[in-house]
Each structure stands twice: as structure tokens, then as C-alpha cells.
Design a protein around this ligand. Structure first.
Ligand SMILES: Cc1cc2nc3c(=O)[nH]c(=O)nc-3n(C[C@H](O)[C@H](O)[C@H](O)COP(=O)(O)OP(=O)(O)OC[C@H]3O[C@@H](n4cnc5c(N)ncnc54)[C@H](O)[C@@H]3O)c2cc1C
Length: 595
């Protein structure tokens, strides 16, 4: 197989919110920047974000970044690096105002300021009562955000490579990252993108689960590429299940619905969240609400013929509020559940939604790896931002609307760090390691010549079912153990997948097989990290680690207040301390998490 080389100052992989924000920083500073994306930029999964972006603007009532920081750390069950959280929350207002100046059409309140709605876990005065912090453009916030950022990039001549699939990271023997190998999906042509800085913004990997709110393109490509290049993956045991996916379809109903006053009810019509979270009720954080819903279902109070979902009730809300603030939800109810939410209850169930873990980074978006005694040494030339990265602001459970904020803040900081590094350190392109590129070509070649191999679709289903059963909302020690054995077997099969169609033009079979190579790395990291963590924390809730006086909610800070690092080679696990020291304020002290 052959390939050509193209040179850029910087290559960004991914054109969702994080990739576009990072690219803007690079292009605006005059660097020659390529952005690779599997789909047209404005079709990235960010487009589906409904509820809003968090910032303590305080437009409707008093708010400040310190309260936001507290909520984020509590929401994350203290797994968050507090320096990164302070950085994000302090930069939130500027990030949102900047977006407004880019032309983002936020909704407005009467005095002309940006409209803000309450969201789960966002409270005033260190956890007192819900506060309006989520800045929204109806229930199409991500859509509006992507368009604003894309237009801005067009203005500054960012060069887009649309329908290109990055295959592998180019990392030389010194550990430096020099770009990516990528394939043009239209022609199957392979190009080595040679760069002085490479930023991954490849988004989530929700498709590793059977039932997911994520787009089909969310296959963890960045994580797979990083893992194959010897970069460990951090905190992959923590997956968020969104409480309200449409039962059966998985399509998301934003938490903004509960922010506007929607209520969860069991089959008896009872508002059951009052029992589980007397203070925050339906606006407790997502892990708490998801577990409460499943407990209702498991104890026989689920609705429907199989008693396998609960209801989301909006019927008491003013229809004008729904049609103005949540128009897509009204549509989704009709399209995916056959229910008009103005008049009837929506059937909902927790659905895999967001990965808290990812490629380890610091608050500058620099990818960091263990080296000797130092567990966080930056990898030269390599950055990551957005859902694929773990700057460790979401800890063990992310608060709604904090992801869009993460994209803006760390998209920008990673771009800034890359610009500074190129300006100061990297005068010329370092020579490409040809053997690394050939290894990537060999992966393609294997797929083209494999005979008698496994079917991609069936293998993917097996992987998805394994994760759904063995690493779901509730985790059982015996199922976790079995899950590890099973997923390693599935991984063997993935190494021998076969595609029937070998054609070159828009060969979606090949694209899906390559995506499965990445998903399986995410699946292994998840299963193995989850089995090993012998406590309950945030979204990771084990049957053998229950609430006790020494271990509130099953959390064991003496032994497990540490980040997991999963290494692909040998499935080795390593741990690193959680950064409990913020930048300028006192540490948010550990305590039992209640809502
Ligand atoms: C339905 C839904 C609703 C949500 N609502 C909210 C919300 O209201 N508020 C909030 O804060 N968060 C929300 N989230 C979470 C948030 O939207 C995501 O975490 C975030 O948008 C991810 O952005 P990103 O830029 O990291 O990646 P994405 O937007 O997923 O973009 C990934 C990009 O990477 C590209 N890519 C991937 N692999 C490759 C490859 N191999 N080669 C080339 N390109 C590649 C893709 O083409 C795409 O351009 C929601 C998520 C979902 C699924």
C-alpha cells in the first residue's frame, strides 16, 4: 500500500465543539491548521446537545464560579482534579460571552440578558437550592454553538478535511507525536498528516454500549488511537447513564425538561424522587436519579406492559413554555414514543450517555503520561480536549451542561498551548518514523486480506451486550469478573474481523471495522478498570460496596481516592493521585454526597 505526506503546523482530529474551538485558536494565530472529521463539522455529536452550557453569569439570580466549582466537585464525587475544575468554572463566563460575540443565538430574558435554566446538581450557596446556571438556545444549544464556531473557523481559513477518518497516531521512539495517518473515506486514499502539534477532539464512545444516546459516529476513535500508541486511558470505569432516554429508542430527553419543572413518576403516579433526594428531588445529579429510577423498576413499580420504564410528566407545565423552550422534546416524544407530552406522560429509562474518563490531560489540554516517578509528564506535540479527553473536571459523574463548557474552555486552552509550543519550541517538522506509518497500513492490509474472519456487526453487538450487562448502572462483583473474561474473548475476535466488500469508494463496511478496532480498546479499558475499583463512587456503584459509617455511600477514600490509568499493553493498571488542591481557593473537603 502507498501513502502521501501533507504538512501542516497543526492537525486537529474532530470538528465538534472542542475541535472547532481549538482550531479557531490555531488558525487565528496564523498557523496552517488542518481539521479532519468523519462527518461534516456541524453534524458532529455536539449538534445534539439540547439543555445548555453552564456559566455562573447570574442573570436571573445570584451565582458565582466558586459555587459552580463546589457543585462540579461534589457531582463528580471528589474524583475531580480541583485545579482543573477551578480553571473551568472561572473561565466559564468569558467562554459564554465570547460565544455570544461570535453570534450564537442564545435565548433572552426580558432585560435582554442570556436566558438561564436550572439543571441537575447546579445549586446556589454551596448546595443549598437549585440555581439557574445553564445558558440555553431553546433545546438546540449544541446546534447553535456548532454553527457559530464553524462560521468563525471559515472566516479564519481553517482547512477542513471532511469525511476523512484518522486511523493512527504517529508517535516516534522518543515518544513525540508528529501527526496522524488518515484515510479519505471517498477514495480510501491514505495520507500521513505531518504536524508540529496534534490535537485530538474525537468526542465520545457511547456506541460501546447497546443502548446509548450517542450518535453512530461516537466510536472512541481518539481513545483507540491513543491506546495503540502507548498512551494510557484514565478513569474509564466511570460512564454516565442519562436518566431520560426514550424507552426503547434511547433518544435523549434533555434534563432541561426537569429544569423547566418536569417530574418523574412511577407506575402508581408517585413522584418517587422525593424519597431518594428530598432536597434536590428530580434535579439531583444524574447517577443518583438513574439509580433511583432503576430501583423503582427493579422493585416492580415500573410502567408499561413489561414494567420496564418510568414516566416523565410535563402535563402540568404551561404548553407555551414547552413549545417555546423545549420544542424538540415535543417533537421527539411524538416521533420516538408516539406521545404528545403536552397531554401524556413520556416513557423514559436510563441510557448510556457520556464517558467521564478519556485521554489523560492537564488543564492546558496537554496529554500527560507516567514517566518514572512523575505520573503526569506532557507528551511533546500531543493535546486532547472535549469528551475524548480527561482533564478530570467531571470526576466520577459529570453535571449536565458542564460538557459544552469543557469543550469551550479546554478547546481554547489546548489550542493556546499548541500555539505557544509551536512558536517557542518546534522550529521545524521532525522527520516522520516510516515504520509507524507502515504499521498503520498493515492494519488496513490485514482487513483487506483477512479470510474466514468474524462478522463486524455481530462482533460489535457482542461487545455492546457485554458492556450493557456487565458494566451498567448497577455493578455486581461476579458480573464484573465475568465481563472481563468475556470482553477479552471479544477482543480476540475483533483482531480477526473480515469485510466482504473490499471496494474503495465510500466503503462503510471498512469504516465500521476500523471503528470497532477503537471501540474494543474502550470496552477493555472500561471493563478492566471497573472490575478493579472495589468501591462505589459517582456513576460506579457496586453491590459489594454499600453505604456504611466508615464508607459513606460505599465510597472508600482511604484506598480509592485515585485515578485509574489503563495501559493497553498487558492490560496493566496504574493509579495516580487526585489533585485536591485548587489554584486559588481552599480545597473542597471530602464529605458524604447527598442531594
Ligand atoms: C444527545 C446528547 C445531548 C447532550 N446534551 C448536552 C447538553 O445539553 N449540555 C452539555 O454540556 N453536554 C451535552 N451532551 C454532551 C456533549 O454534547 C458532548 O460531550 C460533546 O458535544 C462532545 O463534543 P466533542 O467536541 O468532544 O465531540 P463531538 O461533538 O462528538 O465531535 C467529535 C468529532 O470527532 C470526529 N471524529 C471522531 N473520530 C474521528 C476519526 N477517526 N477521524 C476523523 N474525525 C473523527 C467526528 O467527525 C466529530 O467531528 C450531550 C450529549 C448527547 C449525546
Amino acid at each position: 500500500m502507498t501513502y502521501t505526506v501533507r504538512k501542516f503546523d497543526a492537525v486537529v482530529v474532530g470538528a465538534g465543539g472542542a475541535g472547532l474551538r481549538a482550531a479557531l485558536q490555531l488558525s487565528e494565530s496564523g498557523l496552517k491548521t488542518a481539521v479532519l472529521t468523519k462527518v461534516f463539522p456541524t453534524r458532529s455529536h455536539t449538534v445534539a446537545a439540547q439543555g445548555g452550557v453552564a456559566a455562573s453569569l447570574g442573570n436571573s439570580e445570584e451565582d458565582n464560579w466558586h459555587w459552580h466549582m463546589y457543585d462540579t466537585i461534589k457531582g463528580g464525587d471528589w474524583m475531580c482534579d480541583q485545579d482543573s475544575v477551578e480553571f473551568m468554572c472561572r473561565n466559564a463566563n468569558a467562554a459564554v460571552v465570547e460565544l455570544e460575540h461570535y453570534g450564537m443565538p442564545f435565548d433572552r430574558i426580558d432585560n435582554g440578558k442570556i436566558y438561564q435554566r436550572p439543571f441537575g446538581g447546579h445549586m446556589s450557596n454551596f448546595g443549598e437550592k437549585p440555581v439557574r446556571r445553564s445558558c440555553a438556545a431553546a433545546d438546540r444549544t449544541g446546534h447553535a454553538m456548532l454553527h457559530a464556531l464553524y462560521q468563525r473557523n471559515v472566516k479564519v481559513n481553517t482547512q477542513f478535511f471532511v469525511e476523512w477518518q484518522a486511523l493512527d497516531l504517529i508517535r516516534d521512539t522518543d515518544g513525540e507525536v508528529l501527526g496522524v495517518v488518515a484515510m479519505d473515506m471517498e477514495t480510501s486514499e491514505v495520507v500521513a498528516f505531518h504536524a508540529k502539534a496534534t490535537i485530538f477532539a474525537t468526542g465520545g464512545a457511547g456506541r460501546v454500549y447497546y443502548s446509548s444516546t450517542n450518535a453512530f459516529i461516537n466510536t472512541g476513535d481518539g481513545l483507540g488511537m491513543a491506546a495503540r500508541a502507548g498512551i494510557p486511558l484514565e478513569d474509564m470505569e466511570f460512564w454516565q447513564f442519562h436518566p431520560t432516554g426514550v424507552a426503547g429508542a434511547g433518544v435523549l430527553i434533555t434534563e432541561g425538561v426537569r429544569g423547566e419543572g418536569g417530574i418523574l413518576r412511577n407506575a402508581d403516579g408517585e413522584r418517587f424522587m422525593e424519597r431518594y433526594a428530598p432536597n434536590a428531588k428530580d434535579l439531583a445529579s444524574r447517577d443518583v436519579v438513574s439509580r433511583s429510577m432503576l430501583t423503582e423498576i427493579n422493585e416492580g413499580r415500573g410502567a408499561g406492559p413489561y414494567k420496564d420504564y418510568v414516566y416523565l410528566d410535563l402535563t402540568h407545565l404551561d404548553p407555551q413554555v414547552i413549545l417555546k423552550r423545549l420544542p424538540s422534546i415535543h417533537e421527539i416524544g411524538i416521533q420516538f414514543a408516539g406521545v404528545d407530552c403536552l397531554k401524556e406522560y413520556l416513557p423514559v429509562v436510563p441510557t448510556a450517555h457520556y464517558q467521564m474518563g478519556g485521554i489523560p490531560t492537564n488543564r492546558y489540554g496537554q496529554v500527560v503520561v507516567p514517566q518514572g516517578n512523575d505520573l503526569s509528564v506532557p507528551v511533546p506535540g500531543f493535546y486532547a480536549a472535549g469528551e475524548c479527553a480527561c482533564a478530570s473536571v467531571h470526576g466520577a459523574n459529570r453535571l449536565g451542561t458542564n460538557s459544552l463548557l469543557d469543550l469551550l474552555v479546554f478547546g481554547k486552552s489546548s489550542g493556546e498551548a499548541a500555539v505557544a509550543s509551536i512558536r517557542e519550541n518546534v522550529k521545524a517538522h521532525k522527520p516522520l518514523p516510516v515504520d509507524v506509518i507502515e504499521k498503520s497500513l498493515a492494519r488496513l492490509d490485514r482487513l483487506n486480506t483477512q479470510k474466514g474472519g468474524a462478522n463486524v456487526h455481530e462482533t460489535r453487538l457482542l461487545m455492546q451486550r457485554t458492556l450493557q450487562k456487565h458494566a451498567g448502572v448497577f455493578r455486581f462483583s461476579n458480573l464484573l469478573k465475568e465481563g472481563v473474561t468475556k470482553i477479552l474473548e471479544v477482543a480476540e475476535t475483533v483482531a480477526h474481523t473480515e469485510i466482504q466488500d473490499k471496494s474503495k469508494v465510500f466503503n462503510t463496511a471498512r469504516i465500521e471495522a476500523l471503528e470497532l478496532d477503537n471501540l474494543i480498546e474502550v470496552a477493555k479499558a472500561t471493563m478492566i478498570s471497573a472490575e478493579a475499583r472495589k468501591e462505589s463512587r459517582g456513576a460506579h456503584m457496586r453491590d459489594d460496596a454499600e453505604d456504611s459509617p466508615e464508607h459513606p455511600n460505599g465510597r472508600n477514600d482511604e484506598e480509592w481516592l485515585k485515578h485509574t490509568l489503563w495501559h493497553r499493553e498487558g492490560n496493566r493498571l496504574e493509579y495516580k493521585p487526585v489533585q485536591m488542591k485548587p489554584l486559588s481557593v481552599d480545597s473542597i473537603e471530602l464529605k458524604k454526597r447527598t442531594y
